[in-house]
Ligand binder design. Sequence first.
Ligand SMILES: [Zn+2]
Length: 283
Amino acid sequence: MPELPEVEVLARHLRPLLRGRTIRRVDVRRAKSLRPTPATEFKRTLTGKTFSGLSRRGKYLVFHLGKTGAGSSPHQLLGHLGMTGRMYVALKTEPLPKHAAVAFDLGDRNFVYEDYRYFGRMSLDLSPLERLGPEPLGKGFSPAFLAVALKRSRQPIKVKLLDQEVAAGVGNIYASEALFRARISPRSAANRLTAAQVKRLWRAIRDTLKDAIRFGSTVPLKFASGKSDGLFYFGRTDDGAGYYSERLRVYDRSGKACLNCKRPVKRITQAARSTFFCPACQK
Ligand SMILES: [Zn+2]
């Protein structure tokens, strides 16, 4: 599932492709993917609007739209990739994929939202943003904030890190990665971390996300026609590039040698999700 870095890289990729483009027509192929916005309202609101900007909040893409001409109120469109969602701009000559949920006609191109498992969303409902905590790479995410957020919870720290009110956009992969960098056991109770551990974790979260964004910015994006969709969270790739999995230090490395101490990495299940860690390095 794409997390903050993957969504950030996608936002940077799409921003210049969409900016200034006007939506001529909205083709809704799967109304459920717009919930809770009804398809009629979705089409009526967005047709004729021009993409003016694109930002990211947590794992969400926030598309900004205005009408050409002054005095009209701007709109925002929220996108979430779910497990398997893809959003890309393709020439209109390319046929729409079978699992296209929405296609925006931009003239010579389509902006396509495709999702074969349908856990993603494109909606005019912005309420999911209200429940998000600070951006982990922003100023609001300080060691002091993290300390307070963790103090209230007896959950294992790995599970608590998945709470989007703590660090918006951190998910299962980067929670494991950050704890490995901070040398903290994923099983430690959140409220039992020492001040030094909290500080290390704060830094590890930021460094992990920054490195992943930097990595993702180097991966060639081949949307639409390519087998690789450029969303580099996949551990494998069909076109021979081996760098996809190597960038992760502990995630999905169960049984392999820890990069620090060479002892085997362990996989456990916490809150029905896999956690990867080194029992020797992470106390
Ligand atoms: Zn180790």
